[in-house]
Design a protein around this ligand. Structure first.
Ligand code: PMP
Length: 413
């Protein structure tokens, strides 16, 4: 049953009462980053006031307390994405670092000349550029899965691109441009039947839909804390134990070692093997509070709320003849709360700047997805993206001011 009280939720987010350019802030840029509820801000403050120390150096009270806080969140993340063991949860800075970790460890060790790495054309740059480095260094071939006119991936395209030569498939779970949620479980099943491993970029999905890495059988799954109400500078990489075991470390130095000799080092077991140096404990604590907050509301409620907002916004946008929507034009189950669009005769950057004058925050540009932009034949788009605290009233304000954008630029309507 759907149960989400958006007015109550908004009270938890101090920044939402901000005035911007003399207007009430309307924040529609949640695919870029999300705002933080008081519970997250307080958890981080509490950490610094009561628990602050280096974890894993258990010599004194505070160090033990910091270790317990940090490892407690590792277990919380495990439960949140249903991993088999908390050892399979590695803390990173963000999705980008998680994907770089994989390309520089798994990719550089296991990809060989002639192997194929399959990406989606919808991937964010952070899930393209690292694989280009591996392909160049190892003489591998990069192949792309393309999308149909609605931004969806067809079963035929999956079968055409993933072959017995494919070693790695690395794909975004949800597009940060088109908002499409991709059938990763089916892609993983097929890729496994071809002998490939599958990495899923969950930066846009984990904050909005229930992710179960065990059920989908993902080999690796990456996401960022800041897109799910948590702080910046904390991210997660989930990996299957048997794969993490055979991977070399990424960054080296303190904390990730077992013994260090003058010429040689033996490494700690995972996850610590992949967590070099003093870690972002307050970030992890904030992420833990964000997970609690999300679980309290319920991901099914969040997804349904966003689906309703998306439907409302798309219906209103379709009534305006000079708006062009990219990707699906209805709020189906596989569409998240992200809508990319253009306005005839208006550059997307002008759209964003003019809306900003009315207190409305949207994104314009290539969204770190230049190959997709080229594929769509659009150098840039404008994008609105929702989260649990957005309202239909905010969408009305956005729609009203879209008309102002055209007026500012001299169009009659
Ligand atoms: N993948 C996707 C799909 C994204 O939307 C983003 C952020 N826009 C990233 C990866 C990168 O996330 P971060 O900057 O937190 O590493």
């Amino acid at each position: 049953m759907f149960n989400l009280d958006v007015n109550e939720i908004r009270k938890d987010f101090p920044i939402l009462s901000l005035q911007v350019n003399g207007k009430r802030l309307v924040y529609l840029d949640n695919a870029a980053t999300t705002h933080k509820p008081v519970a997250v801000i307080d958890a981080m403050k509490h950490y610094y006031e009561n628990l602050n120390a280096n974890p894993h150096r258990g010599a004194h009270y505070l160090s033990v307390a910091a270790t317990e806080a940090y490892e407690g969140v590792r277990e919380k993340v495990r439960k949140f994405i249903n991993a088999a063991s908390s050892k399979e949860i590695i803390f990173t800075r963000n999705t980008t670092e998680s994907l770089n970790l994989l390309s520089y460890t798994y990719g550089m060790k296991y990809i060989e000349p002639g192997d194929e790495i399959v990406l989606s054309i919808t991937n964010h740059h952070s899930n393209i550029v690292p694989w280009q480095q591996v392909a160049k260094a190892k003489g591998a071939v990069l192949k792309y899965i393309y999308v149909d006119s609605n931004g969806r991936i067809t079963p035929e395209e999956i079968r055409n691109k993933i072959t017995s030569k494919t070693k790695v498939v690395s794909i975004g779970h949800m597009s940060n441009v088109l908002g499409v949620i991709y059938p990763v479980k089916e892609i993983i099943e097929y890729a496994h039947s071809m002998g490939a491993i599958v990495i899923v970029d969950g930066a846009q999905s984990v904050p909005h839909i229930k992710v179960d890495v065990t059920d989908m059988d993902a080999d690796f799954y990456a996401f960022s804390g800041h897109k799910m109400l948590g702080p910046m500078g904390i991210g997660v990489l989930y990996g299957k134990a048997e794969l993490l075991e055979k991977m070399p470390p990424f960054l080296t130095g303190g904390d990730m070692i077992e013994y260090v000799y003058e010429q040689e080092t033996t490494f700690a077991k995972f996850p610590f093997k992949f967590e070099a140096g003093t870690q972002n404990v307050e970030g992890a604590v904030g992420l833990g509070a964000a997970i609690d907050y999300i679980c309290n509301i319920g991901l099914h409620n969040i997804h349904e709320h966003e689906r309703r907002l998306t439907e409302y916004a798309i219906d209103k946008m379709k009534e305006i003849p000079y708006i062009h929507i990219y990707g699906p034009k209805s709020a189906d189950e596989d569409k998240g709360g992200v809508i990319s669009f253009s306005i005839d005769g208006v550059h997307p950057h002008d759209t964003a700047s003019i809306l900003d004058a009315y207190g409305i925050a949207i994104r314009a540009g290539h969204h770190c997805a230049q190959p997709l932009m080229r594929f769509l034949g659009a150098p840039a788009t404008s994008r609105i993206s929702f989260y649990l605290y957005n309202t239909t009233e905010e969408i009305d304000i956005f729609i009203d001011n879209i008309k102002n954008v055209r007026r500012w630029l001299g169009y009659g309507s």
